[in-house]
Write a protein that binds this ligand. Structure first.
Ligand SMILES: C[S@@+](CC[C@H](N)C(=O)[O-])C[C@H]1O[C@@H](n2cnc3c(N)ncnc32)[C@H](O)[C@@H]1O
Length: 204
């Protein structure tokens, strides 16, 4: 298992799941989330450019993972949701729940600007953690370690990823999720260009 080799820069994620021409976005070096966070704190313009192009690309998709994930969570409006790598935090608009967004840049109220490998969220403060197309950075497995710390016992983890990224290697993703302290439940679901995994924080 070599997680670093599977990390994605912003641009490569775009091309993996959207068909947007990579040449339209400046290519940052594939880097750790800490390096990316420092860079975006100094100058967030790259982040805003990325999200402008990402929004355009998203409008062409047959289904947006964030919509599907919101449909699943809507039945539990009492749940506190952590939206890890929330971008424009569309979950906040779609759900009546308390949604705490986490991203390098806080584009909205209720979003914490930080590296999601090390958040300021309290222990066991969330009912559900969402990672929608956000496992970017060479150290993406570290994000999945932060999830069980911040989730209540038996808390719920929902991950959506581009199918192209994991087509030949879903076992790696599953192994990292389980090593972080989760039990994957149900089948890995594939819809359109995305795969969905659901897990529960394992009993410790
Ligand atoms: C492709 S966008 C997805 C946005 C949204 N979740 C969605 O489904 O539309 C990925 C987001 O994850 C954020 N992200 C990736 N790694 C991060 C990290 N280590 N810390 C904070 N945000 C991160 C990026 O800045 C970006 O906004």
């Amino acid at each position: 298992m070599r997680p670093a080799a599977r990390s994605l820069s912003y641009t490569r994620l775009m091309s993996a799941c959207s068909g947007v021409q990579p040449a339209r976005v400046p290519e940052p070096a594939v880097s750790s989330s800490q390096t990316t966070h420092q860079r975006l704190q100094l100058d967030p313009s790259e982040w805003y450019l990325y999200h402008t192009l990402y929004r355009e690309a998203r409008a062409t998709w047959a289904e947006r993972p964030v919509d599907r994930i919101a449909d699943r969570i809507r039945v539990r409006p009492d749940w506190v949701v952590g939206d890890f790598g929330c971008g424009e935090c569309l979950l906040q608009d779609k759900l009546p729940n308390k949604v705490i967004g986490i991203d390098h840049v806080a584009a909205k109220e209720g979003v914490i600007a930080c590296d999601m490998a090390a958040t300021s969220l309290g222990d066991e403060s969330l009912d559900v953690s969402v990672f929608s197309l956000s496992l970017m950075g060479t150290n993406w497995p570290d994000y999945l370690k932060e999830a069980p710390r911040t989730l209540k016992p038996y808390g719920y983890l929902v991950i959506a990823e581009p199918v192209g990224r994991w087509r030949d290697d879903l076992t790696t993703l599953r192994t990292v999720i389980e090593s972080a302290g989760f039990r994957v439940i149900g089948d890995v679901e594939q819809r359109y260009d995305f795969v969905y995994l659901t897990a529960l924080k394992a009993d410790t």
